[in-house]
Ligand binder design. Structure first.
Ligand code: KIV
Ligand code: NA
Length: 266
């Protein structure tokens, strides 16, 4: 099965919804890959994998290491890697230096960066130089220190107009797709109708051209429950139960059992 490509993703505008999940490790990538059109090596790994308080401290080195693992664990989905905070905002040139490292050192096909009109020149600069860019507007977690939290965006008319303008700016600058995160539903619907490229919703609308979630969130593995997370399983509970059984068996000396020990050679 051939890997999904940027043009194939673009062609899905208005068609079958695009399925995307985050992946940070090889085994998770292997498990998600057959079901997904795209895998996102999200900078959410800062909180989910490293226990950091936000995505702000995430480094390019972390994204390279996890990006390479996810590429090694996937065959079908297109891999998109988040550009971490501080690796792209200063100038288009800085962004190109960081993005080219991500693509060269991991084998991923595209990068994602946060920001609207302020990032449009950078999106164009990268797109025209061989780096496909996924945009990300609305709730942009790297701006937590400016936004003051992770609440939904676009509740006032002014904020709604700004988010729509941001989405249009990055799409017109050449983004092959735009993530709409944590926005009130009418904005997601309007952006989906007006953008030429696919929109990917998270806390947005089922009308978007695709959806993304943090895999650990939807699997019930990470203790975090924003409104937009639907838990499709409770892996945390299942892991606790399995480990409890293991601990009990070790303490009762019923593990290892006969099947797990080696008999002497005869
Ligand atoms: O880092 C992340 O996981 C994201 C999402 C869009 C879920 O950016
Ligand atoms: Na992210």
């Amino acid at each position: 099965m051939k890997r999904m490509t940027v043009p194939a993703i673009r062609r899905r505008k208005g068609g079958d919804p695009l399925v995307m999940l985050t992946a940070y490790t090889v085994r998770m990538a292997q498990l998600l890959d057959p079901h997904c059109d795209m895998l996102l090596v999200g900078d959410s790994l800062g909180q989910v994998i490293y226990g950091l308080p936000s995505t702000v401290p995430v480094t390019l080195e972390m994204m390279v290491a996890h990006g390479a693992a996810v590429v090694r664990g996937s065959y079908h989905a297109m891999v998109v890697i988040d550009m971490p905070f501080g690796s792209y905002e200063a100038s288009p040139e800085q962004a190109f230096a960081s993005a080219s490292r991500l693509l060269k050192e991991t084998g991923a096909a595209a990068v994602k960066l946060e920001g609207g009109r302020a990032m449009a020149d950078t999106v164009r600069f990268l797109s025209e130089r061989g780096v496909p860019v996924m945009g990300h507007v609305g709730l942009t977690p790297q701006a937590v220190n400016v936004l003051g939290g992770y609440g939904a965006r676009g509740r006032s008319d002014e904020e709604a107009a700004k988010i729509l303008d941001d989405a249009k700016a990055v799409a017109e600058a050449g983004a092959f797709s735009v993530v709409l995160e944590g926005v009130v539903e009418p904005i997601a619907i309007e952006a989906t109708q007006s953008l030429a490229c696919p929109t990917i919703g998270i806390g947005a609308s089922a009308q978007c051209d695709g959806q993304v979630l943090v895999a650990e969130d939807m699997l019930g593995l990470f203790e975090r429950t924003p409104r937009f997370v639907k838990k499709f399983d409770n892996l945390a509970g299942r892991i606790s139960a399995a480990v409890e059984t293991y601990a009990r068996d070790v303490r009762a000396r019923t593990f290892p059992g006969e099947e797990q020990v080696y008999a002497p050679k005869n």
